[in-house]
Design a protein around this ligand. Structure first.
Ligand SMILES: [Ca+2]
Length: 168
């Protein structure tokens, strides 16, 4: 049976909050990506676009799947050798990035460029998620958050074609 979208949406938001990520945190990343290109861009506009991205089923599915795997890795519930790979955020794994691309994919080529850039720079909440402090595992979440931000930035760019450019 196909799940009701409101159920997916509410669970995705709840999980993000439980894992320490708010819409405002993601909006800060959007502002970081787009402020050079969109004059007078406000954090409120960025939050609005983050919320719009979170309404997409593809995005909700990626959030649920990625966070579930992070939580299972924290509990030691994955099969080996996947358990060690996800827990240690092994550099050659790459599936975390592939899952995040299913989010960016919805928004076309500007989304890909923004995602690649923010993944390299890791500002704000991304630095926090990548610090590997304590017992928390955010192997999937960091890429998901970066992809949601990149997608929201692409939405903004599409809405402001005269003022916006692809982030290089
Ligand atoms: Ca990752």
């Amino acid at each position: 049976m196909v799940k009701k979208q409101v159920e997916l949406h509410d669970k995705a938001i709840t999980l993000l909050h439980e894992r320490g990520v708010t819409e405002e945190d993601i909006a800060e990343l959007v502002l970081f990506l787009q402020k050079k290109y969109i004059v007078n861009l406000t954090i409120e506009e960025c939050v609005e676009n983050v919320k719009a991205v979170l309404k997409k089923r593809e995005v909700q599915n990626a959030v649920l799947t990625g966070i579930q795997l992070d939580i299972m890795a924290e509990k030691g519930a994955l099969i080996e050798p996947l358990q060690d790979i996800v827990k240690e955020d092994e550099g050659l794994y790459g599936i975390d990035e592939i899952l995040a691309l299913s989010i960016v994919n919805v928004y076309g080529s500007i989304g890909f460029t923004n995602y690649g850039y923010i993944d390299k720079v890791k500002p704000g909440i991304l630095a926090k998620l990548n610090s590997h402090e304590g017992e928390e595992v955010h192997t999937f979440l960091d890429d998901i958050v970066g992809a949601i931000a990149a997608s929201a930035a692409s939405r903004l760019a599409h809405d402001n074609p005269s003022k916006a450019e692809i982030t290089k």
